[in-house]
Design a protein around this ligand. Structure first.
Ligand code: NDP
Length: 322
């Protein structure tokens, strides 16, 4: 089969589309024909080695396709089923093998591209808004990179819980998208200090929670905007990893809570995965949740997709099609 391979950590040019050995499913695993793969920021961390994986490897954790073969002892899915997944490394390929228990049946009425693009960022937005800091009516939340994949979904889920949503974006066009997703206050943080803008709207230290997937560039200022006992949720490193923080800093800023969540710890069991995925699919089908697939790119051109993502040129979801 054809797949993207990374032989050494590095830039997007380190991804090459080439012939590799066909994978075979082991016990508990499923072999799936990949019809579309989701691109996520974490794929760039794998590629650069920020989050090391064994070399050589095929990137991509997310996708959707059709089950072709099952290993021994698999349960929950059948050959011929349409499935989606968000934790199977090797998804930038014509076929992928992964644990069957991490694959979710795609309901009728959901297109395969949407299924490939919803789960990873959707599950993330879902646990951030409902579990990491369960938003209540009137809570003030700041969502960084509001026109991104996680951002557009998180704004919508935060609004459903009744929060007042502040968001940052890198351009006016991105601002319009964040606004259509429901954001109450949109701030272009490339033109203005986002902290000053938030305080101008809502006064000093007005926020209950900051959801920060941008990392190094925004973390510090975010801490200064939280009310006493507010929560900083640092969940990503799009601008680089956040440097170490002294616990005393949290005291000085007002007995803050700091958490660095990751999807695996919020989606540990198949029951949790199926419940969250089915909520997301239901909201998508009913139109309560909008998924913007901003870019659909041939899988062989994955390097171009990464350049765009890291160059802040994308909005919403990026998918790779086979
Ligand atoms: P996005 O689609 O949000 O793309 C990243 C966005 O970050 C860019 O579009 C850009 O938006 C903004 N950004 C700000 N500064 C930079 C910079 N220096 N370089 C590049 N981008 C920058 O990506 P995802 O939705 O895939 O992921 C968002 C974040 O969430 C990432 O940090 C990711 O690692 C994290 N994440 C964490 C998970 C977890 O379990 N902890 C799971 C999923 C995602 P703009 O131009 O508007 O500033």
């Amino acid at each position: 089969m054809q797949a993207i391979r990374v032989e050494d950590y590095g830039g997007p040019g380190h991804m090459e589309w080439r012939e590799v050995t066909d994978p075979r499913p082991g016990p508990g695993e499923a072999l799936v024909t990949v019809l579309a793969a989701g691109v996520n920021y974490i794929d760039t961390y794998h590629r650069t080695g920020l989050y090391p994986v064994g070399l050589p490897f095929t990137p991509g954790l997310e996708g959707a396709g059709v089950v072709r073969e099952l290993g021994e002892g698999t349960e929950g899915i059948e050959v011929g089923d349409r499935v989606a997944w968000s934790t199977c490394l090797g998804s930038y390929a014509e076929q992928v093998v992964g644990p069957a228990e991490r694959m979710v049946p795609v309901p009728p009425g959901v297109e395969i591209e949407s299924a490939a693009g919803l789960l990873l960022q959707g599950i993330t937005a879902y646990f951030l808004a409902n579990a990491t800091f369960p938003l209540s009516e009137g809570d003030r939340a700041l969502v960084h990179a509001g026109a991104g994949g996680v951002g557009l979904l998180l704004i919508q889920l935060a609004k459903r819980r009744g929060a007042e949503v502040f968001t940052t974006v890198g351009s006016a066009e991105k601002g319009r998208l964040a606004e259509s997703a429901g954001a109450d206050h949109v701030i272009c943080y490339r033109e203005t200090d986002f902290g000053d803008a938030v305080e101008e709207i809502a006064g000093p230290r007005p926020l209950d929670v900051v959801y920060d997937g941008v990392g190094a560039a925004t973390f510090d200022r975010g801490l200064t905007l939280l009310r006493p006992r507010g929560m900083m949720v640092t969940f990503g490193n799009a601008s680089g990893p956040v440097p170490p923080v002294a616990p005393l800093r949290l005291t000085q800023e007002g007995s803050l809570f700091l958490t660095r969540p990751t999807m695996g710890d919020y989606m540990a069991t198949r029951a949790e995965l199926l419940e969250t995925a089915s909520s997301l699919f239901e909201m998508l089908i009913s139109g309560e949740l909008g998924l913007r697939i901003g870019h659909s790119i041939p899988m062989a051109e994955a390097a171009r997709a990464h350049r765009m993502l890291e160059g802040r040129e994308t909005t919403g979801k990026v998918i790779l099609t086979s």
